[in-house]
Design a protein around this ligand. Structure first.
Ligand SMILES: *Cc1c(COP(=O)(O)O)cnc(C)c1O
Length: 416
């Protein structure tokens, strides 16, 4: 679309004034804990006085308990967590790793970080991994890095059947599913390893940060050594017994990516509050969902009953609309203060990109996935939004989508 086509909202139309990237402040208890760490001067996780337990070790112990995992490791980022999980599984240069075509750049990036190659698996209209495509590609790799992109959980039972049948180990990318569950099992606890991000746009906020959980003692020991534990692993509270480290410590490189006590101090009170925050996100999600039902041409992504969601973002589909028409909806909503992100753009924009933008990781074309990606419109739902804000956002999208839809010619000319 040309600049002169960008529509201007009429004066009488309501305009949303909120900020889509404004998170809530860090809770006072977390600020106090952070100040205490700074006053102590002991920010490094292994810089402890006699008998003292570090904030980082306590965070790991608490997150292990919260997810029901035997072992937990806190690291520098979600991306680092995924690369470490892959390395611990023995993935190396030239190896192939199955992963989602619909995800964010740090996921293929974690695979590339260790010299391995992503094999992209398609996405369905439910915005989950295409399990038929996964079954078809199952002979191509021994590991699946499964991204629960934008919080959508696939049929985890069927996924695990497919992976078990082909001896594929599963690493879950839970950057958008911390606090979510499939049939009551916390996201990250179905595969061999679960990885979470504590970056500002996720469900707990330490600026940067990552958490890893597993029940596998050997993987846990390798990941702890990889993260840069030197020979201080006995100071961990959610780690395997020292004998396990004895088996792997001479063969595991130290690739520093530890978390520090300042971030851990900020995260501990936030994790204690996660359930309450999840409930608040879901109230907002359901207001958006209700407000966008029965809009001609707009498809809601229905959430299965097996899934306990965390509605920290909302997606809808404009299936088989031409790119220009979707762009027109995005522009018109933008003019009324509603920031939509679109996964169909030809070039990557800000945080949004897709598999055929990642030229370092070439893929076969996936027409069915391209159709879905060209339709995905994405909305952030920060907790600074009120329920009325969400109702207003839905009203604006509804109105603008209706105008563009009724203007006709919204169908893609290619028919694809
Ligand atoms: C944010 C994100 C990650 C991890 O990101 P970091 O910024 O490295 O913490 C992983 N997967 C997805 C889908 C993400 O959005």
């Amino acid at each position: 679309m040309k600049d002169h086509d960008i529509p201007v909202a009429p004066d009488h139309a309501e305009r949303f004034e909120g900020n889509f990237t404004q998170q809530e402040p860090i809770p006072e208890t977390a600020i106090a804990a952070a100040v205490a760490v700074m006053q102590s001067g002991r920010l490094h996780r292994y810089n402890t006085g006699p008998g003292e337990l570090s904030e980082t070790a306590l965070l790991e112990q608490e997150f292990a308990a919260q997810t029901g995992a035997k072992y937990c490791l806190a690291v520098a980022s979600g991306g680092y967590a995924m690369a470490t999980a892959l390395r611990a599984m023995g993935v190396g240069p030239g190896d192939k790793v199955l992963t989602n075509a619909f995800t964010l750049a740090p996921v293929p990036g974690a695979i590339a970080a260790i010299g391995a190659q992503p094999v992209f698996v398609g996405v369905t209209e439910a915005l989950t991994i295409d399990l038929d495509d996964l079954a078809a590609k199952a002979d191509q790799a021994d590991v699946l890095l499964l991204s629960h992109m934008r919080g959508h959980l696939c049929d985890m039972d069927r996924l695990m059947e497919i992976c078990a049948a082909s001896n594929i180990a599963v690493i879950e990318d839970c950057a958008h599913t911390m606090g979510a569950a499939w049939r009551g099992v916390p996201s990250g606890r179905v595969g061999a390893i679960g990885c979470y991000s504590c970056q500002t746009y996720k469900h707990v906020n330490s600026g940067e940060g990552g958490l890893i959980v597993t029940d596998d003692a050997d993987l846990a020991a390798r990941m702890i050594l990889l993260s840069g534990s030197y020979m201080l692993y006995e100071r961990h509270l959610a780690a395997p017994e020292p004998e396990v480290f004895e088996r792997v410590k001479y063969d595991t490189p130290n690739i520093s990516g530890r978390m520090d006590n300042l971030r851990a101090a900020i995260l501990r009170p936030q994790l204690q509050d996660l359930d309450r925050q999840v409930a608040r996100w879901n109230e907002r999600y359901r207001v958006l969902e209700a407000g966008l039902r029965d809009v001609p041409g707009l498809t809601i992504v229905e959430r299965p009953g097996e899934e306990s969601i965390v509605g920290s973002s909302f997606q809808f589909l404009l299936l088989d609309w031409s790119g220009d028409k979707v762009q027109e909806v995005v522009s018109r909503c933008g003019a009324r203060g509603v920031e939509l992100k679109w996964f169909g753009a030809e070039t990557p924009v800000a945080f949004t990109s897709k598999y055929d933008h990642w030229r370092y990781a070439p893929s076969e074309p996936m027409p069915a996935s391209d159709r879905v990606l060209a339709a995905v419109v994405d909305i952030r739902v920060p907790l600074t939004f009120t329920l009325e804000d969400c109702a207003q956002i839905a009203r604006i999208i509804r109105a603008e989508t209706g105008i563009v839809y009724q203007s006709g010619e919204n169908k893609a000319e290619t028919g694809g």
